[in-house]
Design a protein around this ligand. Sequence first.
Ligand code: ARG
Length: 487
Amino acid sequence: MAFDQRPPPYYENYAYQPENMVPPSHISGYYNHPPPYYPPSVPRYVQRVPTEQSTPVPAITQPVSSSTKICTPRIRKTLCLILFITIILLGAAIAGVLIWFYATDSCSGSKIHCGTAGVCVTPSQWCDGVNDCPNGEDENRCVRLYGPQRILQVYSSENKGWYPVCHDDWNDDHGITACADMGYKKNLYYKSQGIRVTGSPSFLRLNKSAGNIDLYKKLYNSYWCPSRSVVSLQCINCGVSRKRVNARNRIVGGSAATLGEWPWQVSLHFHNSHLCGGSIITPEWIVTAAHCVDGSYSDSYHWKVYAGILTQKEMFSFKALRIAKIISHPNYDTTTKNNDVALMKLQSPLHFNEWTGPVCLPNPGMMFEPEQKCWITGWGAQRFGGNTSNNLNAADVPLIEPSTCNNMYVYQGKVLPTMICAGYLKGKVDSCQGDSGGPLVTVKNTLWWLVGDTSWGSGCAAQNRPGVYGNMTQFTDWIYRNMQANQ
Ligand code: ARG
């Protein structure tokens, strides 16, 4: 967070490049690895081959050990045979496992299973309106939540549109299925509710007499819902801050946060120092910026995640979470910062408590006010060029309309549709280096939603240079598909 009053220097600040960071290409030399092992050029053991000419070694200089005595050619032959059989068996076992793996699930490397044996599609082919699976399974179970009330909608490929589902005969099992189709684990399921119908011309209804068949096969078109209500679904208990961000600790110009206020905020350490922020969205998934994990920063092994901790100092005495996988947006552009979003999958799920919990992902159709009040949080520098802060800081910033943010005095068209601006044109309050990847959140319908991820800005807190954030509503589809492909 930056709260700088001085006239800002003009620097282009598109990505975090900490001054004391060792260039990534030297990373391996930076750490004290044991000296590499090279096999000796002369073999240390040369097998003794008994030949006619070999002179027998006198017993005094080379006593015959008991092991040599039992090593008769017959025993050696048997051992060879056993070894041979073991190798054959091992090979057969490995081949078997591989055949089984490819026959039952060839969807390795972030692909989604069609349901037909061995066929898979990429996340971008899922629900894109084109049948890629043999039986069109990739277009059969397309669900989304719409608007702040999370109205469940199912895509109908026949009618080429999204339709709400009548609440009649709906139960939690249906809810669990729909949430799983968005990539949420079954155990996370929170609740389904009926919401009063608001002018949709058409609905989908559950065929009660259809028996125990797939949810989507039970749905048929209808012009009305007998209950006059549609399904509203919450797949995860998200967006709850135990501490109310009230007038006392409301931050004008930014100030230190308290524990539990921003439970989704995580600190991401690369090679043991804080580099970026991130937001928890499920026990296993963290949203951050693609520029944080670009190039040599893409190795998940060197990252550590700290959740539910307020100060950087404390983090060193806590056990960090490790990352299993990093997925950067495939269309991320390093120069323009277009699609600056990435996902991190944790090696083991987080346990939610008072201090850690997920933020809600925004749904399509969620309208924010043009100057909706939002909050930014992070351990970033407090002035441009400054060090990472020890304390987690928070500040409130209004959204800035794209037309304003792109005008000739501000970013002159550099703000793309995948970006959203927030801050003040007069400067003074902003995010800064080290805040990247961290959350820009707002409250709507009593819940906290992730509006953006900290991406770039010119300098920090400078006049006419507000912060630019990844526009999360543009990324939710991509996030859900990737969560689903990497369960
Ligand atoms: N790119 C920076 C980072 O990596 C964040 C910059 C935000 N800048 C701003 N003026 N809001 O931490």
